[in-house]
Design a protein around this ligand. Structure first.
Ligand SMILES: [Zn+2]
Length: 287
């Protein structure tokens, strides 16, 4: 067991790191938008979208600055938008929860794991890859929420991260028991079918009203990273539940029945990633 103080310190650090990356992800979404719509490059620094004035460093502290300024530009007083705050808090909480679910168990079993360095390396690599994938997913979620699109380059990047996590997980299985590999591959393939397949069917059947063409590719990235049909099923279930509760009432009112499903898929994915590693019940029912 590692000292509780050290664990707490690491979790606080991960929360701050997540907030910083959340701020970064939101900026990246804007950059992609400017790039895609061929508008003038915003340059290296964050500027206000309304008055184009550069934002001072002390007004650019993740979460804190937004709360102090109450979401308004200090110069022109126009709204910055809730997306910044949501992506900062969202990624901060996600980093914290994933560290708790994946990093803390590794630290607690460090002595045992260091006897098998290949397991230790794989588990740490999976954890780091998940964090990196989450940053890409946050950019996608912000982009989808704001402009209702999922840029292909970012989707490809997410699928790449998903594939790397998939390969690492399969490597871990083959290290512990070669005979389990085929079963795990089948399990992962079924997961892809459940998650990406469902999204693809909804996309085709609803003629892009309920789901866009990018959503099933996003789902493919998530399914690869999960590599488990039971977790995949939970993800699609939770995403639909969140979408129904949060987005549908608004979409109905506006009579534009377009629901941007990407953000809900990403949130559901994080919840399942965290719980999937903590609640044995959730996975042990499997296959
Ligand atoms: Zn301004």
């Amino acid at each position: 067991m590692v000292d509780t103080m050290i664990i707490s310190l690491i979790l606080v650090m991960m929360f701050i790191l997540g907030a910083v990356f959340g701020s970064f992800a939101c900026c990246q979404a804007w950059r992609w938008r400017y790039h895609a719509t061929k508008q003038k490059e915003l340059g290296q620094w964050s500027v206000c979208m309304h008055c184009k004035k550069r934002i001072k460093w002390y007004d650019n502290i993740p979460i804190v600055s937004w709360l102090i300024l109450r979401g308004k530009c200090r110069n022109c007083g126009k709204s910055i938008g809730i997306a910044d705050l949501l992506s900062e808090i969202g990624l901060a909480v996600a980093f914290l929860m994933l560290s708790w679910a994946y990093l803390v168990p590794v630290l607690n079993n460090w002595t045992l794991l260091s006897l098998h360095p290949e397991f230790l390396a794989i588990q740490l690599a999976v954890f780091v890859m998940m964090l990196m994938m989450l940053v890409v997913l946050t950019v996608l979620a912000v982009y989808d929420a704001k402009w209702g699109e999922l840029p292909v380059v970012l989707l490809t990047l997410a699928i790449l991260f998903g594939a790397i996590i998939f390969v690492l997980k399969m490597k871990e299985v083959s290290l512990s028991d070669e005979a389990d590999l085929l079963r795990s591959l089948g399990n992962a393939a079924l997961g892809v079918l459940v998650l990406a397949g469902t999204c693809f069917v909804i996309y085709k059947a609803s003629k892009e009203r309920l789901m866009g063409g990018g959503d099933w590719l996003l789902a493919l990235a998530l399914a690869l990273a999960l590599a488990d049909w039971w977790l995949a099923l939970w993800t699609i279930f939770l995403a639909n539940l969140l979408g129904d509760v949060i987005a549908l009432p608004g979409a109905m009112k506006k009579k534009s029945h377009v629901v941007h499903f990407g953000p809900f898929l990403v949130v559901a994915f994080v919840i399942v990633l965290v719980l999937g590693n903590c609640l044995p019940l959730l996975i042990k029912v499997g296959f």
